[in-house]
Design a protein around this ligand. Sequence first.
Ligand SMILES: Cc1ncc(COP(=O)(O)O)c(C=O)c1O
Length: 653
Amino acid sequence: MSRLNILNRLSKKGRERRAVGTTNDSPRRSSEEKTSSEYPAMTSINFPFSSNKRLALAESPYDKPVEKIRKEEYAHMNNGVYLDHSGTTIYAQSTVKRFAEKMTSNLYGNPHSANEPAKFAGDMVDSVREKTLRFLGADPRHFDLVFVANATAAIKLVADCFRDLSEQTRAGTFWYGYHRDAHTSLVGVRELTKGPHSHKCFESDTEVEDWIEGSNSFGQPSGSLALFAYPGQSNLTGRRLPLSWTGRIRHDRTKRLRNTYTLLDAAALAMTSPMSYVFEDPETAPDFTCVSFYKIFGFPDVGGLIIRKDSGHILALRKYFGGGTVNMVSAVGGAWHVSKGLETSNTHESEHGAGGLHEGLEDGTLPFHSLLALGEAIDVHKELFGSMENISVHTSALVRRLYQGMKGMRYDNGQPLCKIYHSGEEDLLLESGRKRDDVYGDARVQGATVAFNVFREDGTYESYARVEKMANDRGIYVRSGGVCNPGGIFTSLQYEPWMLNRAKSAGHHCGSNGLSIINELPTGVVRASLGAMSTTQDVQTFLSFLRESFLEKDGPAVPAAKKSNIKKRRHQSQPHFDGFSFFTTTAAGPDSNAAAAGGRAIMGEATKRTATSILPPSPTPTNASCGQEERGEAAVLMMKPRCLERVGSAVSV
Ligand SMILES: Cc1ncc(COP(=O)(O)O)c(C=O)c1O
């Protein structure tokens, strides 16, 4: 069956489901969306977002122009152009000031104690818990919030509970399904299952659809204890995945999935999207949802697990307990305990933070000072931006501009400058009649991220790590590499499994010092991501950087401050292997000389260290040779085609 037919089939199913009043007919679908025929096939399967408002460029969805907010609250961002909001967004100065004021004027004790300062801190934590749930659009009557270190800790907490419970099942394991766009932290859950057939990576949305519809079980025993996890937004491409899956799994009519729970990783989604879409209807909401608050507010560094109360009992059966999660413990003369989890797992009356599921899951002392900061961050965020809906509208307009600017850039010979990655299912997109141009700027399907690689004029790939370094040297901060999305990266780059094996055997790994290009194919991407306080100027500066660094033969205009640094470093780092000097002398028409010489230039400290070890241990025989050549002021490491390029890349969280 062609993919277009699959889409049509799924679209029809979506319509049928609505006709019989099942989950797709939930109140969270706005009338605007229900009548939307703009993307009939795609929306009917997937996308509940109604926020598709487009701004005229001069318009601001905030009370003040974003440039004014930037000036007043984010002066510490002035030293460059920050485009790594998916790593973390940046905190407002008022958050830090108000936090400091409270810290220096109040006395906060450990909430586990009973004295006045402890009670004061405990009450503060309860009110921040409720405030945070309300900020996320999760009604405290139906949802509880467990504070954890970060999204990864939330995922691990859920995974530990499933492993513990699965020991009581006949199979001795739970079944775990995860989408290929999953962040590494979701992928790692599979290690807690037992046996090679107890986990499945869904390689496409279509596979997930087939599994939900029952046409393929993908090895999941019917009715088995199972967890299905996926990201609300890919941390690699920014693509937003269907939120309708969670409700459809819960309301599976065949009952095959009756013991399948859902975990939505909203760490990336929650940065620039209202979460009310996720939590509006407790009947269709995920059982478990994880977030990292520093990605929404910039500070504090705390995460959360939002639990649908009706599903929470499943987490109460975990084995571990710590201080704070147990009511009574015997250590000498017997080993028994009374877990708080079991006692509180079905406490529905806790609407105001006190009591409830979280009591059995928050081991040890909470980061209560950080939670104080979280309360301040929420208030300041609301004052500055009004709502997450506003942020969604603002960042969608910016990412559209960024995408269109990048897409339009070409060399004189017509070669496009950028390869932009969306979903890895481009043919599906195109067959559905939807153009990629429609995606960027449409908050239903795309967040404020562009993942890309840069082409050279001859159509070969530039090293992503080099692009990141060049940007860094211009004071523009992006991220490059595999960005902790193993399934997404290799789908986007259209790797086959053997190519991944080859990369492993050639010594590629995530993080710094990986191989950025293997036999003409990149192993990662450059990721530019925007946040609530990003400006049109940020986007323009980045586009100018790309144009000047790659398309204009005269090379980039280096800011004066940078130039003097570069000079200094050049003197310090003879004989010219320092990444700075390399970039300034070769950035003009990058590698035009190298390309003319039939070679490829690579650079940076990592290259210097590994220059002798980069000859390919690739299973593909090559006649590659690498050598160092002096050209003018800077050293250029020349490689014949087919060499591996090892250039340090950013830490890839
Ligand atoms: C989609 C997604 N999931 C999980 C994580 C991990 O978040 P943390 O490092 O805060 O645990 C990230 C971090 O970038 C992410 O983007």
